[in-house]
Write a protein that binds this ligand. Structure first.
Ligand code: MG
Length: 202
């Protein structure tokens, strides 16, 4: 499986990092070794002193497809969860300033946290409200209606370049409020009032 991530998909987050609003989705990938699930703890890596949380809605692909039209994208997924796209912001800023790829800052082990998936059968996916709490305090809040590129638009765009396969995951971008995590922090992700993940930083 592969993990496809969207950058700068919420206007306020693009601005908080001083980035322009993109006219096409910004795409990067993480390997399967980046996955962290079942509320296992996240261990701070030794190569960064500025690891940021980015809470994101994550879509699981459940049917293979290529060059999917937006109108048919909905047939390719049936479950979502919340996840964290952990980012070594110091490394990313260094790589960005040199015009280099971001993988070292984005695709490292355990950088792709996923919660428990839930069916979207009775959910309006264009109006999913979600939050991230750090040590009981809300630090990020978003709603999928504020995405610059909708889930269906992302699937359509990405599938022109990468064949999507069953089990692939798409991280759909973070809203504003990203920030640093420290040892001992507890991160809890909620969709509405439903807890999707809850784990510790060590
Ligand atoms: Mg992100």
């Amino acid at each position: 499986m592969k993990i496809i991530c969207i950058g700068r998909n919420y206007g306020l987050h693009a601005k908080e990092l001083g980035n322009e609003i993109p006219d096409k989705p910004v795409i990067f990938c993480k390997p399967d070794t980046a996955l962290l699930k079942n509320n296992e703890p996240f261990y701070l890596p030794d190569f960064s002193s500025d690891i940021h949380h980015e809470v994101e809605v994550v879509v699981k692909i459940d049917k293979a497809g290529k060059t999917i039209l937006p109108a048919f994208a909905r047939n390719y997924y049936s479950q979502v969860t919340l996840g964290i796209d952990f980012t070594a912001r110091d490394l990313q800023n260094e790589l960005k300033s040199k015009g280099l790829p971001w993988e070292l800052a984005k695709a490292f082990d355990n950088s792709a946290v996923i919660g428990n998936f839930m069916s979207i059968e009775h959910i309006d996916i264009s109006n999913i409200s979600f939050t991230l709490n750090k040590n009981g305090q809300q630090v990020q809040e978003g709603n999928t209606r504020d995405m610059l590129f909708s889930i269906d638009a992302i699937i359509s765009f990405v599938s022109r370049y990468f064949t999507l396969k069953t089990g692939d995951l798409i991280f759909t971008g973070t809203p504003a409020g990203v920030g640093k995590v420290a040892i001992g922090d507890r991160l809890q992700g909620m969709i509405g009032t439903k807890e999707m993940f809850n784990f510790e930083v060590r």
